[in-house]
Structures are given as structure tokens and as C-alpha cells.
Design a binder for this molecule. Structure first.
Ligand SMILES: [Zn+2]
Length: 66
């Protein structure tokens, strides 16, 4: 699985972030770098958000190493 935008390998975290921020039902994904660019935020902020969603019990982020 590769990023729709840049072709980089997509990690489970990238897939979860794409589902959370772009389209819950998405079968194609963006890497975290392209998501950060798309939303004009830092990668660190996206990871921080992922940790927040995980703490809140969001199933998309369950079991990910963050
Ligand atoms: Zn990308």
C-alpha cells in the first residue's frame, strides 16, 4: 500500500489518520507527511492527535505504537 500523493509506503498509523481526517471509509491512503502538508500542520501534531484519539478509545487507533 502506497501514499496516493507521493507513493511512499503507508503505515497503519497513516491509514488510521487518513480514515479519521479524510474519509472514514477510504481504501486508499496518504502518508503522514502528505497529510501534514494537506492540512498545513506538523507531523508532530498529527501524532499527538493520534495519541489523543487512542486514549479516547477510537477503534481506528487501537493497538498502534505511537
Ligand atoms: Zn505521501
Amino acid at each position: 500500500m502506497t501514499c496516493l500523493c507521493c507513493g511512499a509506503a503507508v503505515t497503519p498509523l497513516d491509514a488510521a489518520l487518513t480514515k479519521k481526517f479524510v474519509n472514514r471509509g477510504s481504501q486508499t491512503y496518504y502518508c503522514i507527511g502528505c497529510l501534514a502538508k494537506k492540512f498545513a500542520v506538523s507531523r508532530a501534531l498529527l501524532i499527538e492527535k493520534a495519541r489523543e484519539f487512542q486514549r479516547a478509545g477510537c477503534a481506528l487507533f487501537a493497538g498502534l505504537q505511537l
